[in-house]
Structure formats: C-alpha cells, structure tokens
Design a protein around this ligand. Sequence first.
Ligand code: SAM
Length: 171
Amino acid sequence: MNDIWIMRIGHRPERDKRVTTHVALSSRALGAKGIYVDTYDPVLEENIHSVVDRFGGDYQIKTGVGWKEAIKDFHGKIVHLTMYGQQVVDAIPKIPKDEDIMIIVGASKVPFEVYERADFNVSVGNQPHSEIAALAIFLDRYTEGNALYEDRHGKMTVIPNERGKTVANSD
Ligand code: SAM
C-alpha cells in the first residue's frame, strides 16, 4: 500500500487543539502514515506520540510545517477535501493507489491556491461539516476499510469483546 499523509492547514493551537488531535488520531486509525500541521504545537506532538507509544505503529507528526513546504518535495498526488470538490464516489477510482497521496484538510478558510494546486478537490457530500468526518469517510473508502483492524504491534492491544473491555498489555 502507498503512504497516506495528512496536511492540516489553519491550525490555531488554542482553538483547534481537540479537533486537530482528532484529525491526527482518526487518520492514524484509518491508515495514514503521518500528519503535517502548519502551526508549531509541541503539546499536540506530545499527545500523538503518547498514543503511538502505547498503541503502536509508526505514525508521525510534524508541526510548524506550512502546506507549501510540505508539498515541495512530496512525490505523489495532492487531495484536498472540500465540500466544493468533485463527488467522492467519482474521485476515488481516479486517485492512484500505487503513488503516495497527501490529503489537505482545513480548519478555517482555505486559500484558493490550495484548490488550484490540488490534483483532486474532493467533496464528501456537498454540505459543510467537519474535517474529521470528511477525512474518516474518505480514508475508509480509499483504503476499502483495510486499515481498521490492522495489528499495530503496540504495548497495548484491544481485544474485540462483545461486552466489557479487554486489553492485552505486553509490558
Ligand atoms: N469555512 C471553511 C471554508 O469554506 O474554507 C470550511 C471550514 S470546515 C469546518 C473545515 C474543513 O472541513 C474544510 O477545510 C474541509 O477540509 C473539511 N470539510 C468540511 N465539509 C466538507 C465536505 N462536505 N466535504 C469535504 N470536506 C469537508
């Protein structure tokens, strides 16, 4: 499988910390390799590292990286999630699976340059909603659900349970 990167633009540490944390955690759970966040936020980095440390995988986070810088040396396709884009069902078959992709999601207003630079402007419905929801639906469709129960070889592994909570701890 190719690598999937997320680029989060417009992150305001005070206002967006919970949403950006969930953008990172959801994308990790749904198969992304890592996230770039445009505003430097060491607390956010620490929170994501702590989850990776306990639950495994090699998800990466780098904050303080603008979108232009992130895509400069990126060899792959740029996907921008926006309610104004082409419908997700039409876009998915056109987006390659043998090339890395970088998915841009906004926090507030996204510069028009992003729409121009993106290889694919993709909508998940044409109503305004949330970057977390848009990303989760896009990733689940793009990966065909394959990332959901991947073994991350973490210190902690959740064992599926009809009722109750079972967690295997390797420590
Ligand atoms: N007001 C902002 C604008 O128009 O630029 C949008 C803010 S929205 C809360 C934040 C992000 O969620 C957007 O930048 C986009 O990435 C994503 N988003 C929201 N609704 C979407 C939709 N229907 N399809 C795809 N992405 C969506």
